[in-house]
Design a protein. Structure first.
Length: 110
């Protein structure tokens, strides 16, 4: 599973998750940090990424358009990169199952 980290998440997170999620990327490294959500959505769909975000707009888009791309929503408040990394690693089994699920379009992590 390739994860595309949204601009509202730290770039440092990518270094922490790349071993578990090879080929993942961050919108800043793709020079998309000023793009709107629809452009990020289209890029993720075309390039087979799942979007990781704390932006509720992507949840609404997921409900409206379905998937791909799938959306992983960070449902915890402000936290450190280490806390978010721990959250993703804690739920790696759920994330992998979510990737294979045919009908689910978003995953809410807390």
């Amino acid at each position: 599973m390739k994860l595309l980290l949204d601009q509202n998440l730290s770039r440092r997170l990518l270094r922490s998750i790349i071993e578990d999620f090879p080929e993942s990327n961050h919108v800043v490294y793709l020079k998309m940090d000023r793009d709107d959500d629809l452009q990020i959505w289209a890029y993720a769909m075309k390039n087979q990424f799942s979007i990781v975000t704390k932006d509720k707009d992507f949840l609404q888009m997921s409900g409206l358009y379905g998937h791909p791309p799938k959306v992983i929503h960070r449902g915890i408040g402000n936290c450190s990169v280490d806390d978010l990394d721990a959250l993703l690693i804690k739920h790696i089994g759920h994330i992998r199952a979510f990737e294979k699920h045919q009908t689910k379009s978003y995953l809410h992590l807390v």
